[in-house]
Design a protein around this ligand. Structure first.
Ligand code: G6Q
Length: 545
């Protein structure tokens, strides 16, 4: 752990300026910011990687942006970005490179890390994935009894699940309708049972996706899948070769499980789980949408990577997005960010982002292990619009805490039905405007509200949001959107001076579960804390198994 990173945030000169800016702007209303600068929307719109970012409804003005970009400079965002792209070991606590950007570099590029051309390796795997996907999609690859594969089930958890599920749902418009996809992640047997219900083992392919190939949930589900498969295929072990493939970095573990390593698609320890959906972990995505569309998705990721590398600061979408997230959390004392996609296909996008953002930046120490000293890691959550409008938006508009929002929309629908899309898009615009500008007491009175209702109907406004638009939800725009958030997370983590690429906080609970599991089936004093002991006693008393 050699890299101490920049000095602690509290000691950085620009952080003091940013905090002063927050004092200055705390009482300034977005209504006034718009009135004082008629060109605000024009000036505060940036484009890159096929996406438009309108940040005019962020609670910033010119001096604030200057202060934020001074902070970016002092935090060494640009230098550390270059280190990431060069393959330096910026994941200091695990002593690893962080090279998800290499997963989408074009074939003709080369990037030598530890003597290996990682781009060539990436494309070797992509080519094998493409050939395999084509065989499944064309029906050339058949199951053990000669039947065509109709069901593809990804078994994985965390980074080996959330990306594949989100991408399948986001891109199902482009998916082969003759294939059914399922995703099993939870150790809860219900997940496996319900996902495979109605599937014919003769027509079902399992993709066991696990970087380590040791994860308890995934290995348990994989064993259950093997039993389910063999039971349905007459118990012939040879069937495994036709119905199981693996995505992993652990060839030994894969072979031990009984999967031929010929049917294994590899990746590398420089791909973090939550940054892996565009690696071989995306095999289910590629089978669904085909190799060409998968390549378009990688192209979208790459466009945003290039934009992040080359766009000037004030036009740099990931930097703007990341800095504004930190800014709003400071200015509005917000602990959460709502992600509101106005597209039903993106209904799993907030769940995906929760891992990307919170597992990356929910950290309490800096790169050198010292306490971080400021709030880090906002809570990301959300639901698609317009559904959320009929549920939690009340709090967004009139609650006592301010929740900065990301509105995500598309100017074209993939399912143009009558006026649906126009109404959907109008709602996106209406919500962000209502949050920003609200409704004053005078306006409520003028609208003829009974006097006793006036205070209830007033909306103070001044609730910040960002709007991200693309022309259409395509593999390419999805890739670009994900890369925007990946790099935004990187920028936030760099300002905080933390390691956004480790996840030590998830370890303790896993270890304790392994200790507690046998205690549930045992007798006598479990020897844990009194709460756990009494809950174990209850389980022992009431569990029928
Ligand atoms: C992500 C995390 C974590 C990981 C899962 C699955 O960044 O590391 O969510 O993806 O624990 O791990 P395996 O792929 O090794 O099964």
């Amino acid at each position: 752990m050699s890299d101490p990173g920049p000095p602690p945030l509290e000691q950085r000169v620009a952080w003091k300026t940013v905090r002063d800016e927050a004092e200055r702007l705390r009482e300034v209303h977005l209504r006034d910011l718009f009135v004082s600068d008629p060109l605000r929307a024009e000036e505060m719109t940036a484009e890159g990687g096929g996406l438009l970012l309108d940040y005019s409804k962020a609670r910033v003005d010119g001096p604030t942006l200057d202060a934020l970009f001074e902070l970016a400079d002092e935090s060494e965002i640009w230098g550390r970005r270059d280190q990431m792209f060069a393959g330096d070991r910026i994941n200091v606590s695990e002593d690893r490179s962080v090279l998800h950007v290499a997963l989408r570099m074009p074939k003709e590029r080369s990037l030598i890390v530890d003597g290996q051309d990682v781009v060539a390796e990436v494309h070797r795997v992509l080519d094998r994935m493409s050939a395999f996907s084509d065989r499944i999609r064309s029906g050339d690859w058949t199951g053990h009894t000669g039947k065509r594969i109709r069901n593809v089930v990804n078994i994985g958890i965390g980074g080996s699940d959330l990306g594949p599920v989100m991408a399948y749902e986001a891109l199902r418009h482009y998916a082969d309708p003759n294939l059914r996809f399922g995703f099993v992640s939870n150790i809860d047997g219900t997940d496996f049972a319900e996902t495979t219900k109605g599937m014919d083992p003769e027509e079902t392919l399992f993709i066991i996706s696990s970087k380590t190939f040791t994860t308890l949930e995934t290995m348990t589900n994989a064993r259950t899948a093997r039993e389910w498969s063999l039971r349905g295929l007459g118990g012939d072990e040879a069937a495994v070769a036709k119905h199981f493939v693996a995505v992993s970095t652990n060839a030994e573990g894969v072979a031990e499980f009984g999967i031929d390593t010929e049917n294994m698609f590899g990746f590398w320890d420089w791909v973090g789980g939550r940054y892996s959906m565009d690696s071989a972990i995306g095999l289910s995505t590629m089978i669904a949408i085909g190799p060409r569309a998968f390549a378009e998705m990688l192209g979208g990721f790459h466009q945003m990577d290039e934009h992040f590398l080359s766009a000037p600061a004030l036009e740099n979408l990931p930097a703007l997005h990341g800095l504004l997230a930190i800014w709003h959390s400071l200015l509005c004392r917000s602990q959460t960010v709502a992600v509101l996609p106005y597209d039903q296909y993106l209904h799993r996008f907030p769940a995906y982002l929760q891992q990307l953002t919170m597992e990356s930046n929910g950290k309490h120490v800096r790169l050198d292990g010292s306490p971080v000293g400021v709030e880090t890691g906002m809570i990301f959550w959300g639901e698609p619009g317009t559904n959320g409008q009929h549920s939690f938006y009340q709090l967004l508009h009139q609650g006592t805490q301010i929740v900065p929002c990301d509105f995500i929309g598309f100017t074209n629908s993939l399912n143009p039905l009558g006026e649906h899309h126009q109404i959907l898009f109008a709602n996106l615009l209406a919500q962000s405007a209502a949050m920003a500008f609200g409704r004053t007491t005078e306006e409520v009175r003028q609208a003829g509200s009974p006097e006793e209702q006036v205070p209830h109907r007033v909306m103070e406004g001044n609730r910040p949001s960002l709007t991200i638009l693309a022309d259409r939800l395509t593999p390419e725009s999805l890739g670009s959107l994900i890369a925007l958030y990946e790099h935004s997370v990187f920028c936030q983590g760099t300002v905080w001076g933390i390691d956004s690429f480790d996840q030590w906080g998830v370890e303790l609970g896993k270890v304790m579960a392994v200790e507690i599991s046998p205690l549930l089936a045992a007798e006598g004093d479990p020897g844990r804390d009194s709460s756990t002991n009494s809950l174990i006693a209850r389980y022992r008393e009431r569990n029928d198994a």
